[in-house]
Design a binder for this molecule. Structure first.
Ligand SMILES: C[S@@+](CC[C@H](N)C(=O)[O-])C[C@H]1O[C@@H](n2cnc3c(N)ncnc32)[C@H](O)[C@@H]1O
Length: 261
């Protein structure tokens, strides 16, 4: 199973030339497309044609491109000039999150880690197209001199968490500010159950393990736990051993587990 639309995400002219110059990377991309994506689709129960259709849908959305992706590109360029990186999920990971949200049609998605709001925007766009769902996001705001100051560069000066989320998608969004370890327990008391969870906050081993173990009993059977930056430590791979479900990874940096029915 090879997703044509998905493959096209990689084959923009610049990336193709890069791939020819770096065959090792090109092989990794081929593996990700031919192995990781089919495995992901099998785990969530989505057919390749349906996955392909969602990829195409989001790629062809001109408003999303100009309001979110083009603005992110300009911001990323600005950060790179200062030797910094925005830390958002990339276009391919965003497309995967979009496809999973479109396919699973969740009522409730919970994510930790918003910053500019790229993952939030993909989830909210999918919910808008589903005509269903609410996204609960938790983000630790930057305070000068606080322990979160390392993340300050992720937002342009004067902007707030989720500044790239288009106005017309915000009616399905509820943002809670604070550390996930402080705010998630109360939020979970409010939510009956969660259909999809995405971790993208503090990537320390302790915090990732804590978030995975805390959300798991609240995740409905068949629900999906997603995590960005799984390569940073063993938290995700260890959790896959202890949790009952089908796991998948994408290029070793993004992963998920579908909770057993
Ligand atoms: C990698 S960025 C999130 C990127 C976002 N998911 C996207 O795709 O655009 C991480 C965010 O998590 C926040 N953060 C860091 N530690 C946190 C914690 N303990 N709880 C909640 N948010 C935290 C940071 O301030 C930052 O806004």
């Amino acid at each position: 199973m090879l997703s044509y639309s998905f493959l096209r995400l990689f084959t923009k002219p610049g990336k193709l030339i890069f791939g020819l110059r770096h065959p090792q990377t090109a092989l990794q991309v081929l593996k990700a497309t031919t192995t990781d994506i089919p495995r992901l689709c099998r785990a969530v129960g989505m057919g390749s044609a349906e996955f392909d259709a969602y990829v195409k849908e989001v790629r062809l959305n001109k408003d999303f491109k100009s309001h979110v992706l083009d603005r992110l590109e300009r911001f990323t360029k600005h950060l790179k000039e200062h030797g910094l990186y925005p830390g958002t999920i990339d276009e391919i990971q965003g497309t995967i999150v979009y496809a999973i949200t479109r396919f699973s049609k969740p009522e409730v998605v919970l994510e930790t880690g918003v910053a500019s709001g790229i993952s939030s925007a993909y989830i909210l766009l999918a919910m808008e197209n589903n005509n269903k769902g609410k996204l609960y996001s938790i983000d630790l705001p930057f305070e000068e001199g606080s322990e979160s100051s390392q993340w300050a560069t992720l937002l342009p000066k004067g902007e707030k968490s989720g500044w790239l989320i288009p106005q017309n998608l915000r009616h399905r969004w509820k943002l809670t500010l604070g550390k996930s370890s402080d705010t998630m327990p109360d939020l979970l008391k409010e939510l009956e159950s969660v259909d999809v969870f995405l971790h993208d906050s503090d990537h320390s081993y302790e915090n990732m393990k804590w978030e995975f173990r805390t959300i798991w009993p609240h995740l409905r059977r068949g629900g999906v736990l997603l995590s960005h930056d799984i390569e940073q430590n063993e938290a995700f791979s260890e959790f896959c051993q202890e949790a009952e479900g089908k796991s998948f990874t994408y290029k070793g940096g993004f992963g998920g587990i579908v909770k057993a029915e």
